[in-house]
Design a protein around this ligand. Structure first.
Ligand code: CA
Length: 233
């Protein structure tokens, strides 16, 4: 399986350069231009490693690092141990120290040689390989492990199809929010497709049946908007 990287960088040419080269070197690459977009991409894509620029369009890159490192690995969609390599144009020692103090796994100063970056990415991924897996999503009695794809309700396993699992994961990643059907189509089925919302309804219906024999739903239809996950207990 390809390891996935997230590049958080507001400079388009740098982002494209990194994405092209890292893809060519066998990584699955996603990009974000700011902290907000980056956090969302981490929640949805669960990258193996983040390349983080510090001067971003909406905020400072270390804000993203703080959010990740302070996350509760059980209740949150963010894995606090997510490997992060900081990339920045600021060579000052103070920044370097600050980057590590806040939990960066490594640090590169622009301009850097691509070969050096690749070496560091591989080294950090190797080091992080033995870490205990976190990132199990939990909503009340329901747990979902994105890595093993195991779903349990009250400790009992629930067997889901691939799409049912992805739909549940999309809802569990942000259980406080109602997800629109088009949003779910995009995230789960991977295409922008207005008007195919029956697909979402059909899967949500099956998912609801499989999760709750008691008739009390985990997957709640919010009329005219979409779906959300609520603690059925
Ligand atoms: Ca920048």
């Amino acid at each position: 399986m390809k390891q996935s990287l997230l590049i958080v960088e507001d400079d388009e040419p740098t982002r494209a350069f990194l994405a092209d080269n890292l893809s060519a070197d066998g990584f699955k690459v996603a990009c974000a231009g700011g902290v907000g977009e980056g956090l969302r991409a981490i929640e949805v894509r669960h990258p193996s490693l983040v390349l983080l620029d510090l001067g971003l369009e909406d905020s400072h890159g270390l804000d993203l690092l703080d959010r990740v490192r302070s996350a509760d690995g059980i209740a949150s969609r963010l894995d606090p141990d997510l490997p992060v390599i900081v990339i920045t144009g600021r060579a000052a020692e103070a920044d370097r120290v600050r980057g590590f103090a806040r939990g960066a796994d490594d640090y590169l100063v622009k301009p850097f040689h691509y070969g050096e970056l690749l070496g560091r990415v591989r080294a950090v991924l190797r080091r992080s390989g033995g870490r205990p897996r976190r990132g199990v999503l939990r909503v009340g009695e329901l747990t979902l492990d994105p890595l093993t794809r195991a779903v349990r309700v009250g400790g009992l396993p629930v067997h889901l199809s691939a799409k049912e699992f992805s739909l549940l994961q999309a809802l569990a990643e942000d259980p406080t929010r109602v997800r629109s059907k088009n949003e779910l189509l995009r995230d789960v089925w991977g295409y922008l497709s207005i008007g195919q919302t029956r697909t979402v309804d059909a899967h949500a219906c099956r998912l609801r049946r499989k999760l709750g024999s008691s008739g009390r739903g985990w997957v709640v239809n919010v009329r005219g908007v979409g779906y959300k996950l609520t603690d059925a207990a």
